[in-house]
Design a binder for this molecule. Sequence first.
Ligand SMILES: [Zn+2]
Length: 451
Amino acid sequence: MVVPVKGTEKRMIRWITAVLWLCLSSLTWAVDLKALRSSVTQDSSRVVLELTGPAQLNYFNLDNPKRLVVDVSNLRHASVQSLSVLDDSRINRIRTSVRESGSRLVFDLSGDYRTNVFALAAEGAYPHRIVIDVVGYIAGEAAPIRAPETRPPEPLVQKRDIVVAIDPGHGGRDPGATGYGVVEKEIVLQISKRIARRFQNEAGYRAVLTREGDQFIKLTDRPKKAREAGADFFVSIHADSFPKNRSVRGFGVFALSLRGANSELSRWLQNTENADDLAGGVDLGNVDDATRQVLLNMSMESAIRISKQAGEGLLSDLSRVGRVHKKELGLANFVVLRSPDIPSLLIETGFISNRADAQRLANPKEQEKIAAAIVLGITRYFERNPPANTFVAWRKQNAGSRIVVEVKRGDSLSEIAARYGLSVKALRELNGLKSDVIRVGQKLEVPVAPR
Ligand SMILES: [Zn+2]
């Protein structure tokens, strides 16, 4: 029989190829673990694996129980075999196993945390690294509110505002949808300005508009403007039209779908101008192209995750002020939502093709209600997940405590009150002031109230 011989030969060749490939790959790529560092804060846990060379990295999350799986296809298993327990309430333990190539590290998590994994190239005294961040309050423990007597509150020094970019759809030669005497570009600008005004009155937030008048702006320029303004969030305001069925009405909220996102990301990366632009927004540091791609991918995924979380909350806030057309968050591939680094939502405030909706959208009172619901949805999201170094993060951490503020030249009572999100009256009463007059060097007690 010839066949078995042939089969054996085939197997031999396959086997030799595999061995050769393994040898070659281990010769050129294999890396070892040099050291493991870990740190824990109230908000997150970080594990840093220091390696002898650049890592080939892939990771994903699993549920029931919550796990983070990190595959490093060129990490020699012998060097990670002894990894096991960390003194960390978020990571119960690290298990390791040999993979066909490299090693698999499984982080058993104690709860539903956000995870971030990225590789960093060697730089200065630092070797090649894999950084694993596990973010979120420790399961079973309430979000921390520091008692003033246990730890002095952290003073408010240079905490930035959260920047929300508001994008009124259409404009100029593009009127958008029209019906019943209502023009989309006009009413979305009115609603957007109301949203912006509300954000201006929120301590710790700042709003920027992509257009303030009736001008035409290219779709791709809109997220660009948001990025230039350093936006933490982008929300595009529109109204729908469906003349075929004029009974269709209500709100709709859309985030970018991951499906569109992946192709969008590769298109983005092909354009170096975009990648450089984006690098400014995400702080990629000194990384090689492969790592850059991993980081950008991660930042887009996280932007989409944030968009979805915020969008779902927003939808429920909008449902309190009017009918919702689509009960679930829509996932779509709108051009304005394709920002890999900024969480973005598109809100359809109603259907201009529906008479009741058109009237509602043109009514200043109703516009104000819509604006209030949108601001509530976005601020609610950020109060739960404030970006680092923002006033909102500071306020959340120090809520319930009192701090002492020394009056500086140029300060006014109303300005100090606004800075800390208080009313002038409350600040005056607390400090026993008879008038709004304050002097330089005077010390004022200021309570840090949650929003
Ligand atoms: Zn529109």
